[in-house]
Each structure stands twice: as structure tokens, then as C-alpha cells.
Design a protein around this ligand. Structure first.
Ligand SMILES: Cc1ncc(COP(=O)(O)O)c(C=O)c1O
Length: 382
């Protein structure tokens, strides 16, 4: 074995995940050093880095940032990664550090439900915001004069997909930067920087950490000037992860490939089972060969995610279905090892039918989960 802990490019995703971000082996030291709890570091004389004050840097973040970068942008040297307190902290850091009054941003109108809040705040600061749906690459038509294009693919909760490379080419031709929310795909499902994007941004709260016990976010960027502004924003706002959260996320990345492969395979089985049910409409899973997004998804994704969305005839039917599930918790969020589902319309922020369900497939035995979903559908009809 070589004394380098860093995975090499030819290694598979499982190998890369278990070794991601590990430091060089040191005799008597643990493989993954524990969380470093420090508000400040010994710093006599000139205040030089890497570790000065806990809002600016932390050794536990450094290892996690390296791990994320190895998965998001393998073999790319000109890339920098920053971790944040949450996905929203990461998203806001990109948008608010890159845009100022008079600029124009293009956002999806069917993305994560906090984006309209971000939009309102951007507009309050004098930034013009244009929106269009993810599907059909509709954001293409809004790019003239834009400074930044924000893509969310697959979109949450509708699971539409857009062609990242096509949108990047059009945006770059107009001098606009492109950021992709990679939360749903994870870096094992999609690598936006390889498709030309300037930023890959994600909530690490979901499948990256995968146990429903951590809030975290990250930004991976290749444009040195842009990422410097994002780092400065993190310092100003102080939206930093705790060392414990960062360490838990890093520990969880070791099983990312196992979890993602299992969850994606089961999600496909669940989607196939739902497709046979007469009461289910609007079924979406990008991995289904007849899903409207499958063709583009197959071109740019390596795995299709753990979320399946569909609609039941009424709100009551959807609520009864959720009540009847034994193995699926009625809860928001997605990507965890325990399946969750919710009637998305209960939040009021998404343009979805009342009976719309977002189901996040966990790591249960696939047969058990499919049986539970089918039984709950039967029971909810009574
Ligand atoms: C696609 C997407 N992006 C960003 C976020 C925000 O992440 P966080 O909850 O970690 O702030 C979410 C949360 O659900 C999400 O689904």
C-alpha cells in the first residue's frame, strides 16, 4: 500500500468514498481524526494561517472539504471547496456574494421551496430575478444580460431535469456564471463542474450525510475570484458548520456509495411498483426509462437519486396513505437511511397538487419497502 491516503483517479466510487479526505497515515493517529473543537488557535506573532480563528478555518472542515472535493471534482486542481452550516447558507453565500444591485440572476421557478424567499431578498437589494421552469431547459430564454444562472437538477420536489452542459454553454457565451444545486443527485450521481458549471452547491443535510442528524452545506467552485468572494461571505455572515457536524458528515461519506446505490436501486423498484397502480398519477423518477427526464438524466447523471414523487387523487387519500405506512416516517427532508415521505402541499410553498407525495427511499430491504408502500395504498383506499 502506498503511504498516500488520497484515492487515485482510476479507483471506483466505493473506494473513493471510503478514503475521501483522509490525511496521510501517521503512526498512532486515527484514520479519520476526531472533531477539533476550537474557537481560536495558538497564534503568537504574525497572524498567518492555516488556523487562526474558528470562524475562518478549522482542521475538521479542511478534511471534509477535501473529501467533498475529491468526489465532486476528481482530478481537477483549480477547484476550492467550502463547507457551511446548512444548504441554505451555501446557496445564499453564492447568490449574495456574486450579485449586487443592478445585476440580473436567473433562477428556477420549481426549485427548493426557500428559493422564493431568497428571490424576494435579492430583489430587495436591487437585483433583478427572472425565473423559468427546470424542464425543457426553459431558463435558456432568460439569459441575455444575466450575471448568474442558478440551476437545480433534478429539481425538488418535481424531479425535472435540465441539460446542464447546454445551459452552461449558453450562459458562458453571455458571460454569466453558472451554479448547480447538486443536492438531490449527490456527487456520486452528477458532477456539475465536469459538465462546465462554475459552482456545485448542495445541502449536505440530505444524502451526503444521510442519517437525518446533521445540517450542513457546501460550495465547490472553480473560478478563483468567485470562490474568494464566497469565502469572504462565509466569514462575514459566520454561517459555519460546527466541528461535530463536519466530522459526522465526513464519517458518513465513507458509506455514501453503499447508501446511494442501495437507495437508488430501491427507488427504481418503488417507482416501478407505483407505475402499476391506477390511483397514482404524475409519477416521476428520472431513472424510469419512460420518465420525461430520463433521456437527459441518462446523459449527465450516473445515478438517479433516492426520491420518487407522485400524486394521489385527493388530499385525504394522500394523508391516509402516509398514516398507513409502517416503514416510512411522515417527515420532511430526504436522503436519509430511513425512508420518509410527506404531502408536499402542506407547506404551501410548492406549486403541486394537494395529493402530491414526495417519497425519499431509505436503506430498508427493498422488498419490505415496496410491500409497505403497496399495502398502504390498499389501506388508504378503504
Ligand atoms: C434541493 C435543495 N437545496 C437546498 C436545500 C436547503 O438545505 P438545508 O436544509 O440544509 O439548508 C434543500 C433542503 O431541503 C434542498 O432540497
Amino acid at each position: 500500500m502506498s503511504d498516500s491516503a488520497t484515492p487515485v483517479n482510476g479507483d471506483g466510487d466505493g473506494t473513493r468514498a471510503v478514503r475521501a479526505g483522509l490525511p496521510e497515515p501517521v503512526k498512532h493517529e486515527p484514520t479519520l481524526p476526531g472533531p477539533v473543537f476550537a474557537a481560536h488557535f495558538h497564534l503568537p506573532g504574525e497572524p498567518t494561517g492555516p488556523y487562526t480563528y474558528g470562524r475562518d478555518e478549522n482542521p475538521t472542515w479542511t478534511l471534509l472539504e477535501r473529501a467533498i472535493e475529491e468526489l465532486e471534482a476528481p482530478g481537477q486542481d483549480d477547484v476550492e471547496t467550502l463547507v457551511f452550516a446548512s444548504g441554505m447558507a451555501a446557496i445564499s453565500s453564492v447568490l449574495f456574494s456574486q450579485l449586487s444591485a443592478g445585476d440580473t440572476a436567473v433562477l428556477p421557478n420549481d426549485g427548493y421551496q426557500a428559493l422564493p424567499l431568497v428571490r424576494a431578498q435579492l430583489e430587495a437589494y436591487g437585483i433583478e430575478v427572472r425565473t423559468a421552469p427546470t424542464g425543457g431547459d426553459a431558463q435558456l430564454d432568460l439569459l441575455d444580460g444575466a450575471k448568474l444562472l442558478w440551476i437545480e437538477t433534478p429539481s425538488n420536489p418535481g424531479l425535472d431535469v435540465c441539460d446542464i452542459r447546454r445551459l452552461v454553454e449558453a450562459a458562458h457565451a453571455r458571460g454569466a456564471l453558472v451554479a448547480v444545486d447538486n443536492t438531490l443527485a449527490t456527487p456520486l450521481g452528477q458532477r456539475p463542474l465536469e459538465l462546465g458549471a462554475d459552482f456545485s452547491v448542495a445541502s449536505g443535510t440530505k444524502q451526503l450525510s444521510g442519517h437525518g442528524d446533521v445540517l450542513l452545506g457546501y460550495v465547490v467552485g472553480r473560478n478563483a475570484e468567485a470562490i474568494t468572494a464566497v469565502r469572504r461571505w462565509r466569514k462575514i455572515v459566520g454561517a459555519i458548520p460546527g466541528p461535530m457536524e463536519a466530522w459526522l458528515a465526513h464519517r458518513s461519506i465513507a458509506t455514501l456509495q453503499l447508501r446511494v446505490d442501495r437507495q437508488c436501486a430501491t427507488a427504481l423498484m418503488v417507482a416501478q411498483a407505483l407505475r402499476e397502480r391506477p390511483e397514482v398519477t404524475g409519477l416521476r423518477y428520472p431513472g424510469l426509462p419512460d420518465d420525461p427526464a430520463h433521456e437527459i438524466a441518462a446523459r449527465q447523471m450516473r445515478r438517479y437519486g433516492c426520491v420518487v414523487s407522485f400524486t394521489l387523487p385527493t388530499r385525504t387519500r394522500a394523508d391516509r396513505f402516509l398514516d398507513a405506512l409502517r416503514l416510512v416516517d411522515d417527515a420532511t427532508s430526504f436522503g436519509g437511511v430511513r425512508s420518509t415521505a410527506e404531502r408536499r402541499g402542506r407547506w404551501g410553498g410548492d406549486a403541486v397538487p394537494e395529493g402530491f407525495i414526495r417519497l425519499s427511499v431509505g436503506a430498508e430491504d427493498p422488498e419490505d419497502l415496496v410491500a409497505d408502500v403497496l399495502r398502504a395504498l390498499e389501506e388508504s383506499a378503504r
